[in-house]
Design a binder for this molecule. Structure first.
Ligand code: BV8
Length: 229
């Protein structure tokens, strides 16, 4: 039984039309992290942060999963139907729903999800497709205390205990389309050193490529199907 953990980053969604963060035309070339991706930013200017996520939520409705997302969904389906004697877990840094729309079910979003908001009064996390503004009332408690349900810098990523357990138990760790610059995700390859094989799929080396045994260079839509099939 081969246990595979795949970590995905913004690069896997690039060919669906969603910008990455740190490529030349990336999101951080247009926004400063400190203005839109920290709790202080939200305290200081909630309307700006809400607009940043509203724009990305609207964009998500205009794009579709690509061949890389679909190939991972095929691999999970093969495991589910017994065609492949393995297990596949996708841990994603992405807040888009393209893995799910491609058919993947075993997906853990460690940085949260764009299509959910969180109420800081009642703690509810309703699904959310439309714009969310500072005065938008929580559908559960009615208070205007909604925020994007994402993990900002300085906040604790989701699912960490079970992610670490899955990494401890895996035989193969594959990183797809991530620059290896944001922790703790960037540290996962080091966590599996000694007990799992490692493969990085990217267009160019990441900040942690030296931690990987193998590297497949090229666009995810070409490389991921080649690896899966
Ligand atoms: C935490 C929100 C404690 C949602 C994001 C100093 C050292 C170490 C750590 C730190 C430090 N100072 C501060 C920290 C902690 C900090 C951190 O890591 N900072 C970095 C910048 C140094 N981390 C945190 O604060 C985290 N929390 O540490 O809490 C803790 C930890 C563990 C346990 C308990 C407590 C919280 C981090 C989460 C921040 N939120 N996003 C959103 O708005 O989306 S991060 C943001 O970066 C996104 O989530 C994104 O996913 C993530 C990583 O970026 P990538 O996905 O890798 O995207 P990027 O653009 O960088 O790269 C794209 C890649 O794709 C490139 O390699 C490119 O070559 C490739 N590519 C492009 N096109 C293609 C392609 N590949 C294939 N095919 C293509 N077509």
């Amino acid at each position: 039984m081969e246990r595979i953990v795949v970590l995905t980053g913004a690069g896997i969604s690039r060919e669906s039309g969603l910008d990455t963060f740190r490529d030349a035309d990336g999101i951080w070339s247009r926004y400063d992290i400190a203005d839109v991706c920290t709790p202080d930013a939200f305290r200081r200017d909630p309307a700006l942060v809400d607009r940043f996520y509203n724009d990305r939520r609207a964009e998500l409705g205009r794009v579709r999963p690509n061949a890389a997302h679909l190939a991972l969904a095929r691999l999970e389906e093969a495991a589910r139907t017994g065609q492949w004697p393995g297990e596949l877990l996708i841990v994603t840094q992405n807040i888009d729903d393209l893995h799910e729309r491609a058919g993947s079910r075993n997906v853990w979003h460690m940085h949260g999800e764009l299509l959910r908001v969180r109420c800081t009064s009642c703690g509810g996390t309703p699904e959310w497709q439309a714009d969310c503004l500072p005065h938008t009332p929580c559908p559960l408690c009615g208070r205007p205390t909604l925020r994007p349900d994402v993990v900002w810098f300085g906040e604790i990523p989701l699912h960490m205990p079970r992610i670490e357990a899955a990494l401890e138990a895996c035989d193969l760790f594959v990183a797809i389309g991530t620059s290896g610059t944001v922790y703790p995700a960037a540290g996962f390859a080091a966590l599996v050193e000694g007990h799992a094989d490692t493969l990085e799929i990217n267009q160019k080396p990441s900040a942690v490529s030296t931690r990987f045994d193998r590297f497949m260079t090229g666009p995810a839509t070409r490389m991921v199907p080649r690896w899966v099939d």
